[in-house]
Design a binder for this molecule. Sequence first.
Ligand SMILES: Nc1ncnc2c1ncn2[C@@H]1O[C@H](COP(=O)(O)OP(=O)(O)OP(=O)(O)O)[C@@H](O)[C@H]1O
Length: 531
Amino acid sequence: MSAKEKFTSISPAEFFKRNPELAGFSNPARAMYQALRELVENALDATDVHEILPSIKVIIERTSQEKEIYRLTVEDNGIGIPPHVVPDAFGRVLYSSKYVLRQTRGMYGLGVKAAVLYSQMYQDKPIEITTAPLNSKRIYSFKLKIDVTKNEPIIYERGSVNNDTGYHGTSVSMYILGDWMRAKSRVYEYIKRTYIITPYAEFYFKDPEGNVVLYPRLTNKMPVPPKEVKPHPYGVDIELLKNMISRQKEDTTVKEFLVKEFQSVGEKTALSVIEMAGLDPDKRVQKLTDDQLSKLVDAMKNFPDFRPPSPEALSTIGADLIELGLKQTFNPEYVGAVTRRPKAYQGHPFIVEVGLAYGGDIQPSEEPTVLRYANKIPLIYDEKSDVVWKVVEEIDWKRYGIEDEQLPLVVMVHLCSTKVPYKSAGKESIADVEEIEKEIRNGIMEASRSLKTFMTEKRKEEEARKRLLTYLKYIPELARSLSIFVTDGKKELAPKVQEEIQNKMIDLVVTKLNIKDKDLELFKSYRVETL
Ligand SMILES: Nc1ncnc2c1ncn2[C@@H]1O[C@H](COP(=O)(O)OP(=O)(O)OP(=O)(O)O)[C@@H](O)[C@H]1O
């Protein structure tokens, strides 16, 4: 036996190729869904974040009969990608335009590359990208793969043509081993849920069976886009600080550094923080020792008077668009939504939005249907391990007037943040961070109070209607007695008069109470003798 271990290192590309399930590529069905998601989310980030109304086309075609290989294409009308970054954006794991403090769907710089790595494991065609940045005179195209060992793009083809039409946007096609029958319901669910939260987008979807579904744009109103912000002092650590300091000019002082590089820090606040850390405000920041850096971080984390992190970096959907999306999809009897005030955790701002829909076309079931969203991404898998589920499970709906055994209820929760605490790189569930959990609970409770008012009104109306229906039951008997009275007992005249009286009385009550045909049928089924 040898006690010698062999040590080597691997590239990030190699790591995700070896562990595709960490990024959501655990089997062909899931991979199909995940690859589609990554492309659609990039397409949406390239549009609404830049105030472009999204038009997204998704096409899945089967290309091989022997193996289940599919060609997945997603086209957008977004800002496009500068040609010099295309190879790295699609061929270098952990390369992104989204490593800044601003709410976007993308966060890790991994998604599309994880899809490419999965793609090239089971078939040999490269990914194809066609793109034109805004105002570009040319349209660029690339075919590439990833060199897994070096974590670098390998370019197979590149070219460009004139852009005479002012086109801008990106089209990406990739070939992947999939399992359509197993992926189908999740893929459709994903598109439906994406549509609910982006009613200002239009989608065209063609599935591999040839079915085409169009999701029309419901409104031209778009959420206010997020702005990039500086870090908040509560969110720093020693490594981040060192990294930021390494980019400063040599003569930048500690005070200047704090004021220039962080949000919520003016001169006065900077001086108080530096005093708390026991440092000299005029010292050059690059000269701070490790010990001094550690003291500065402690002071920044514990200083009590910073303004909370700026919500400008966030982009909520807003109650009206949430209601629009829910109405369109579920045709409910009741819909309501709230956008909570901004809160913060670990130096990151976050906002919770909650939408509730009840009754109408919603299929009743033992548990409410929960729609989870983070930064406008629908989360479909791993529902039960999500903090949203944990909170929803604890809600006692009876307190809000919902007595049904089977609930016709949809609960939608949207978390916006510059950092969503996902449990994995596949972005399917949110970890239970205390501050977020509390805010989700408060959001659901706030939205439920309006639902309760609606339920109370509805119950009152139902009770009043029931009482009145009971009165209605007496009409035939009353009409009969009156007809005998009016006709002085002339038996041959009585039935006709009785019918006339009865119809008039019914008309009167039906009009007054706005009784629907269904209830009228119910009334007609009553017999005096059953009273
Ligand atoms: N359709 C597109 N339009 C514009 N830019 C795009 C498009 N697709 C990809 N990109 C660029 O490529 C980069 C890398 O995308 P990728 O999916 O790998 O990671 P990400 O979106 O940054 O983060 P995440 O891993 O969280 O999805 C993006 O940050 C974006 O700049």
